[in-house]
Design a protein around this ligand. Sequence first.
Ligand SMILES: C[S@@+](CC[C@H](N)C(=O)[O-])C[C@H]1O[C@@H](n2cnc3c(N)ncnc32)[C@H](O)[C@@H]1O
Length: 286
Amino acid sequence: MSNKISFNPSFPKRGAERLLWGGIYCQLPNKSVVFIKKAQLMMSTKQDTLYSSPISSVNSFKFDQSVVNVFPDMIRRSVPGYQAIISAIGLLAGRYAQDNSVCYDLGCSLGAATLSMRHEIVSKCCKIIAVDNSESMVYQLKKNLLQDTGSIDVECLCADIRDITIENASVVVLNFTLQFIPIEDRQAFLDKVYQGLRPGGILILSEKLKFDDPLQQELQTELHHAFKKSQGYSDLEISQKRSALENVLLAETFNTHQKRLSEVGFSSTEVWFQYFNFASMIALKK
Ligand SMILES: C[S@@+](CC[C@H](N)C(=O)[O-])C[C@H]1O[C@@H](n2cnc3c(N)ncnc32)[C@H](O)[C@@H]1O
């Protein structure tokens, strides 16, 4: 059987029209048909093999050009449920973005959440501010945006999210970003997010979680590794990547996140999605 994916803009009958508003139908080798959004089509499909060969001394993980080159593949095969979360961020922005307000994508990487929001927001005079402190990420994000046809303004900033001003926000997205901020800075940073949100606004916070119960911690870690193996990563890749992320990705428990968000003022925080030790939460500002 051929491994080729066939792009078929005329499937189904009105496929060409569909291509105009957001993507393309593709037939997979097993004959099933999937719809790939334009935003996803624009992302690189290069396979992540960064940790596939033995490395004598594994350096701390950095979001540099080598990561940018494989990032869509890396995050999709490393974070269970990533694509479902990205789609839901669009839906949530469609519901919560207020007229004349700003939606922030903080630690935006290549802009998957930005693009998802851009194609779902219906409120008037909204803009998106996408921020990342990796120059390589922001450079590639700007290139991706040039090919996107969304009509909502997107401002890209290369900056540390702890240093920017957040104001007039109706939606703030932290999709697997807070975990890279030093723990001692998280409260002050989230206080700034809360103060910058309008009443009725939301924070979408996705994080890798830690568990108080050692048995649960062990189980969820093993399940995550099983997920990565099912995605084609070898034991060597999993273990070298784990070393690279040690002391860089600092996970906390759901209770810690919930307590901190309550302390800065959010009226409630709940998990709306969880797949093993990866969760996405919604925090509401009254
Ligand atoms: C796991 S990626 C986020 C994925 C992205 N939000 C998405 O949905 O595809 C974490 C990102 O946060 C960025 N980052 C980490 N610390 C940051 C900081 N202090 N300020 C700005 N960006 C930061 C990294 O450069 C990286 O692109």
